[in-house]
Design a protein around this ligand. Structure first.
Ligand code: CTP
Length: 315
């Protein structure tokens, strides 16, 4: 072996400049967090009036009748007219109308949750939101919990892991049992190619009598939310699922707690290397998302006492 030859960088090598970012975060991350009711109410009412997630986040038979035009939020020139067949896959009533939860936990998939022992704390929330059908069993429960009231599914997962639901569908249905009778939220009308696979997911769930309840993001809500965050200074091609769910939680819950949000490859306290997810080291698509910039905005809300970001272990 050539001693001069450097070993290839490991996927989870501590990032360059991470130390400065982390020092800055620690400075802004107050350990004695306190909710600031005025700031929370103010931010919440801005979201309520500009995005209307409480009754617009999800497509229903009430807010999207047959014949309405859905404009894809990821492909502005594409739209779809709602046919009776598509309409029949919509839930009747909005699951969040006239509802407020006390404590909500929004669980991102960051590697910061590895060995965090945050499972019990997360599960003690009244409403638990998870992103992208994450694994919860086989040792992860202790650190991420198991309770799920809402879980999102990016259709790319259905394509990669379940053959786009074109062949056998039981493996998909079996995998959903982990999430019990939660809501399964799909961005069916964000890009044209999302629609057929999302509809197949809904049909599969119905045909197999799975207890999970498929629902679709309203593209109009996603569009309004993108405009809202742009007005807060966020420049990203697409919002990440995590910031979308944190925004929705702020409309629906009195106390919003975020776990697993840390888009850096070094732990903020132990400074040890982290994988991107708590279950693998697959990287985020940086050309779509601006997760460090999103994190910065979430940290700002933490400092303002609007929501609480958890970066430490829960022991
Ligand atoms: N997340 C984070 N830090 C990480 C990994 C994820 O803050 N190291 C947050 C992001 O807000 C992300 C969410 O957790 O949206 C869910 O993670 P993941 O499943 O990795 O999302 P992506 O597949 O990267 O992207 P998308 O947001 O498009 O679903």
């Amino acid at each position: 072996t050539n001693p001069q030859k450097k070993s290839a960088p490991q996927p989870s090598d501590p990032c360059k400049g991470c130390r400065e970012i982390i020092d800055n975060v620690i400075e802004r991350y107050s350990q004695t967090w306190k909710k600031k009711e005025d700031n929370y109410q103010n931010f919440r009412s801005q979201l309520n009036s500009k995005c209307r997630g409480f009754n617009k986040a999800i497509i229903t038979q009430a807010n999207t009748p047959v014949g309405s035009k859905l404009v894809y939020d990821g492909e502005k020139r594409r739209s779809l007219q709602v046919t009776p067949a598509i309409f029949s896959t919509f839930v009747k009533e909005h699951p969040f109308s006239n509802k407020t939860w006390g404590t909500c936990a929004v669980v991102g998939n960051g590697g910061i949750l590895t060995n965090s022992s945050c499972g019990q704390t997360i599960d003690s929330a009244q409403f638990v939101i998870r992103c992208n059908l994450p694994p919860l069993k086989n040792g992860y429960e202790k650190h991420v919990g198991i309770k799920t009231d809402l879980v999102t599914a990016n259709p790319s997962i259905l394509v990669e892991k379940y053959g786009a639901l074109m062949g056998h569908r039981r493996p998909f249905v079996d995998s959903l049992y982990t999430y019990g009778n939660s809501l399964l939220l799909l961005p069916a009308f964000s890009f044209g190619h999302n629609t057929p696979v999302s509809l197949r997911a809904a049909y599969t769930i119905e045909d197999f009598g799975s207890p999970i309840k498929p629902v679709f993001f309203n593209p109009e809500y996603l569009q309004r939310l993108a405009v809202f965050w742009r007005s807060q200074g966020l420049r990203a091609v697409r919002l990440s699922t995590g910031i979308i769910m944190a925004s929705l939680a702020l409309e629906l819950c009195a106390d919003v707690h975020l776990y697993g949000f840390w888009p850096f490859s070094t732990h903020p306290h132990g400074f040890h290397p982290l994988t991107n997810h708590y279950y693998d080291d697959r990287k985020t698509k940086m050309k779509f998302h601006a997760m460090p910039a999103e994190f910065d905005l979430l940290l700002r809300l933490h400092s303002q006492g609007v929501l609480r970001l958890h970066l430490g272990d829960c022991r």
